[in-house]
Write a protein that binds this ligand. Structure first.
Ligand code: PLP
Length: 391
């Protein structure tokens, strides 16, 4: 007798969970593994946010069940952030919902929108939860290939009519994980009019909206006129303020979609711990210089890594946002072969591109969540131990 539903027994394991098992095995075997795989910031949560959390934990009233739709201070802080950063008005009562990390909302929104058998348009390569949530909701994934020659933006014109007939939801994500590509407002305008024309709703994942370099400012899809009719945008404190473990994010935009998600959530979870929501509100309302400081560090790492990669004949353009490098595998290697060789021979974890979807084949992703000296060490080991033939 199987203790699992058919759906669960067919689900492939979460790729990063598998990688961390492999890493644990190698460390146990005495190998000094450098992990450029998972995108989890090493920079600490800024002190004023931690202090606020401690302060709020001490208040007895904060140990109760939180409010279903999220603490009002947190929702207001998100609305203020949208006004300040994007000049977009959102109503904190009806157009903002607190999430237990944005991944939670991304996964749960799918069954609130699609019926079994409906298509979900998913960026390929893209963040794995888009496709897994679709699978769990018994939807069908349509991979929108993101190609370098089109700046890793999907070509809406290439989506077949029979897919569009039963497509209900489209995920987008800029600055992008894993490609590090960015989208401008014209692209979001095109996406919104495409969504309107084909009765599709958009879920834009903006987890890296504040991880940007030099003068680049990533736009919000809600800056497009009328976007709220067809779109929601997911956001997260995780990457912006190095708060991945806190599990706090939000969704803003279309009221009806937010209402449905809040009903779903009120029946499955009861929201995030109030002190965490208040610390997050404090992060959004407080001193923002911590973001610039962290971004300057990521930018230095980015430049160092790109220079390092050149020495092994891998060439990438510096991206405008995210803390990822998305690069082509060297001549003669598939994504898996290269990731395997780099791990087995150099003790360095990189993520094979196909883990993000079929169009990721031929690429690998590096996450810049380690200091420069370790990044240099990783390149050095790859250079010495892995055979790379110039293209
Ligand atoms: C890290 C990440 C998230 C998840 O963020 P949480 O708020 O920590 O759940 C969402 N989307 C993408 C593309 C990410 O890389």
């Amino acid at each position: 007798m199987s203790l699992q539903s058919n759906k669960m027994s067919q689900i492939p394991p979460y790729m990063f969970a598998e990688l961390s098992k492999k890493k644990a095995r190698l460390i146990k075997a005495g190998i000094d593994v450098i992990d450029l795989g998972i995108g989890d910031p090493d920079l600490p949560t800024p002190e004023h946010i931690v202090d606020k959390l401690i302060e709020e934990i001490r208040r007895p009233e904060n140990s109760k069940y939180p409010s279903f739709i999220g603490n009002s201070e947190f929702r207001k802080a998100v609305a203020n952030f949208y006004k300040r950063q994007f000049n977009v008005d959102v109503d904190p009562e009806t157009e903002v919902l607190a999430l237990i990390g944005s991944k939670e909302g991304i996964a749960h929104i799918v069954p609130t929108i699609i019926n079994p058998g409906d298509y979900v348009l998913v960026p390929d390569p893209g963040y794995p939860p888009y496709r897994m949530a679709t699978y769990l909701a018994e939807g069908k994934v349509y991979n929108m290939p993101l190609r370098k020659e089109f700046n890793f933006l999907p070509k809406f014109k290439d989506i077949p009519d029979e897919v569009l007939d039963s497509a209900k939801l489209m995920f987008l994500n800029y600055p992008s994980n894993p490609t590090a590509a960015t989208a401008n407002l014209e692209f979001f305008e095109e996406a919104v009019s495409f969504a309107r024309k084909f009765n599709i709703v958009i879920a834009h994942d903006s987890a890296y909206n504040m991880i940007t370099f030099q003068d680049y400012k990533a736009p919000s899809i809600l800056q497009v006129k009328g976007a709220k009719d067809v779109a929601v945008e997911f956001g997260s404190l995780s990457k912006t303020y190095s708060m991945t473990g806190y599990r706090i994010g939000y969704v803003v935009g279309n009221k009806e979609m937010i209402k449905a998600l809040s009903i779903y959530k009120s029946n499955t979870d009861t929201g995030q711990f109030t002190p965490i929501q208040l610390a997050a509100a404090h992060a959004l309302n407080g001193d923002q210089t911590c973001i610039r400081k962290h971004n300057d560090i990521y930018w230095e790492r980015m430049k160092a890594m790109i220079e390092g990669l050149k020495t092994i004949d891998i060439h990438v353009e510096p991206p405008k946002g995210s803390f990822f490098i998305w690069a082509k595998t060297p001549k003669g290697y598939t994504s898996s072969e290269f990731a395997e060789s780099v791990l087995e021979q150099a003790g360095v974890i990189i993520t094979p591109g196909h883990a993000f979807g079929p169009s990721g084949e031929g690429y690998f992703r590096i996450s810049l969540s380690l200091p420069n000296d370790i990044l240099y060490e990783a390149i050095d080991r790859i250079k010495k131990k892995v055979k790379i033939t110039p293209k």
